[in-house]
Ligand binder design. Structure first.
Ligand code: GRF
Length: 188
């Protein structure tokens, strides 16, 4: 199952990989904190269950989350552009079962405030010549769980945060299905 707050292009990349028989899996559902998330339409288009949980992080929302997850019984929980912190109750219930995709070479440019173009702008501001994306396990600390796999992207001299973001995102769309396949033990 997936968590997403935004456009859901990484979510779509995994849907596509499943539909192209590159990954043998079913997506049990999408949880979002944003009723306007583009990911919702993608889920609808592919008949994937959707649960919009408002006021994410409150006791009520944690209860809803625990109940929904125990109903869906996911083998793997994927955070794909999910902006809220996953409550500690959930990370404790699903150790080593939650992964996140982040648009930098962690441990660089991770943690609170490093999301979206803030990440890419920081890479440019520091003059890095290499960036990329990371899939890592999720624990109680934001962006600090064990790194599973990364892909690198060259930073070009004329890059803007947007142009760099686009190239990193293309690599994210390859990395996330690859890692899911690897975790589900479907690699050759
Ligand atoms: C991606 O850059 C991802 O790494 C980050 O949020 C963005 C989500 O994009 N966590 P999308 O919603 O998958 O298009």
């Amino acid at each position: 199952m997936f968590f997403a707050s935004g456009s859901g292009s990484n979510f779509q990349a995994v849907i596509d990989a499943i539909e192209n028989n590159e990954i043998d899996a079913d997506i049990s559902g999408l949880i979002t904190d944003n009723e306007n998330a583009g990911a919702i339409l993608r889920a609808k288009n592919h008949n994937i269950n959707i649960n919009v949980i408002r006021d994410f992080g409150t006791d009520l929302s944690i209860e809803q989350l625990v109940n929904q997850l125990s109903e869906w019984q996911p083998d793997l929980i994927v955070l794909a552009g999910f902006l809220k912190k996953i409550p500690d109750e959930i990370t404790r219930l699903y150790p080593n079962k939650i992964i996140n995709i982040h648009p930098s070479l962690l441990p660089k440019y991770g943690g609170k405030g490093f999301y979206g173009n803030h990440v890419h702008q920081a890479v440019l501001d520091y003059g890095d010549t290499l960036s990329g994306c990371t899939v890592h396990f999720v624990n109680e600390k934001y962006d600090e769980g064990k790194i599973i796999k990364q892909k690198t992207v060259d930073v070009l001299p004329n890059d803007t945060a947007e142009s760099l973001a686009n190239r990193v995102l293309s690599e994210e769309h390859k990395l996330l299905p690859e890692v899911i396949k690897q975790i589900l033990n479907q690699t050759n």
